[in-house]
Write a protein that binds this ligand. Sequence first.
Ligand SMILES: *[C@@H]1O[C@H](CO)[C@@H](O)[C@H](O)[C@H]1NC(C)=O
Length: 180
Amino acid sequence: MKISFLSAFLGLSGFYTAEAQLSNANNVGPTSALSAKSKLCNVLDYGAKADGQTDIGPAILSAFNNCAKAGGATIYIPPGNYAQATWVTLSGGSHYAFQLDGIITRTGTAGGHMIIFSGATDLEVFSKTSKGGIQGAGVYWHKQGKGVYGPRIFRFVKCTNWSVHDLALADSPAFFIVVE
Ligand SMILES: *[C@@H]1O[C@H](CO)[C@@H](O)[C@H](O)[C@H]1NC(C)=O
């Protein structure tokens, strides 16, 4: 299951022009273009540091709650190496994007999901450079004998009109994307 989903996902990542035109063709995916989400909510302005060790979790949540949730905005994670020690749930929100151009590596050891998008509509999750992604570091999880069901990377709960494209999800301890 895990492996076949990974290869399906990597196949998808080859389309670097997916953006919102998915919706133009088939009425799937986000209903508005990225140009309509131009207010940048840079996580570096909300406490993130590209130092490979500062927990980016609170900065993502703060950028969402204080900047992106109202819409017309993009949570922006610039190129660089980040660590994620605590998990976040982005509740609600519409008409926003999540642009991951850096690499986030899992350092936290809780179960659950690293990032949950819940109840959002018109949501686009992507990497503009196709070089952003999340390193789940599952090999360490399993080496520690912590069991099969480690944390997942993304979970989408009751979201409508959304897409994920052009980013890499590597070595999740359990599933890469859960859609509920
Ligand atoms: C999702 O998109 C469809 C097609 O554009 C639209 O009819 C529908 O109202 C949208 N749903 C929400 C919750 O905005």
